[in-house]
Design a protein around this ligand. Structure first.
Ligand SMILES: [Cu+2]
Length: 232
């Protein structure tokens, strides 16, 4: 799974740092152990040497481990901070909003995501966003806690009833990214998937315009039917 937004790049880097640190520690412990076994093992007929480390070696090993842990802590903090920075819209992105992010409301409901765009168009299940643009999702829920989770674009974030949580990303490439339910939100939670389609700014504008027009046509038709008395 490759990262496709600046925040996920940092998360990816953090995972690698953790992995490499783990490998270094495992290697160091094993090398030390094998060295000690070979150097101080018992020979037939003679006792193994009994040695105790002096204060010097204890301080050196302890100090080295401390520095290692401190370096990991600092790297962890730096990359976590970076991952949370809002990724600004680039030159290939949607320029209409200026320096403001494109704000889209994402509503979790059992068991479907609804997306409300700034021009009052909405879509279910599929979110369409422009490439290279800072997108800020405002996550809300109408019932229970749902989790919005599209790992290639952003970290997970919960949609909690009565609260608005935000998650920001900037997709670097056009394409389709999938998300699954990450929180048990009732019987059909496993079916609560989502899809993010990243398109050019022009295609995005065309999409929200045509969605809006379709919704308007449908609403007009309902009003027409009600007025003519054909509707039940
Ligand atoms: Cu859910």
């Amino acid at each position: 799974m490759a990262p496709h937004s600046p925040g996920t790049d940092q998360i990816d880097t953090l995972l690698w740092i953790g992995f490499v640190a783990g490998v270094i520690l495992i290697a160091a412990v094993n090398v030390g152990l094998i060295y000690a076994l070979r150097r101080f093992r018992a020979e037939r007929g003679s006792e193994p040497s009994q040695i105790t480390g002096g204060r010097g070696i204890q301080t050196r090993v302890g100090g080295a481990l401390g520095v290692f842990a401190l370096a990991l802590l600092v790297l962890g903090i730096v990359y976590t901070e970076k991952a949370q920075e809002a990724p600004a819209t680039g030159s290939a992105g949607l320029q209409a909003a200026g320096s403001e992010p494109l704000r889209i409301e994402a509503t979790g409901q059992q068991w479907l995501w609804r997306y409300d765009y700034p021009n009052e168009a909405f879509s279910y299940y599929k979110l369409v966003v422009p490439v290279d643009t800072e997108v800020e999702l405002e996550l809300v829920s109408t019932d229970v806690v749902h989790t919005w989770d599209v790992p290639e674009l952003a970290g997970k974030r919960d949609a909690v009833p009565g609260k608005t949580n935000r998650v920001a990303f900037r997709a670097g490439e056009e394409g389709t990214y999938f998300g699954q339910s990450a929180t048990l939100s009732g019987q059909a939670y496993a079916a609560m998937r989502t899809e993010v389609e990243v398109v050019s700014p022009e295609e995005y504008e065309a999409f929200v315009e045509s969605e809006k027009a379709d919704i308007q046509t449908a609403q007009d038709r309902v009003v027409e039917l009600l007025e003519s008395g054909e509707a039940p």
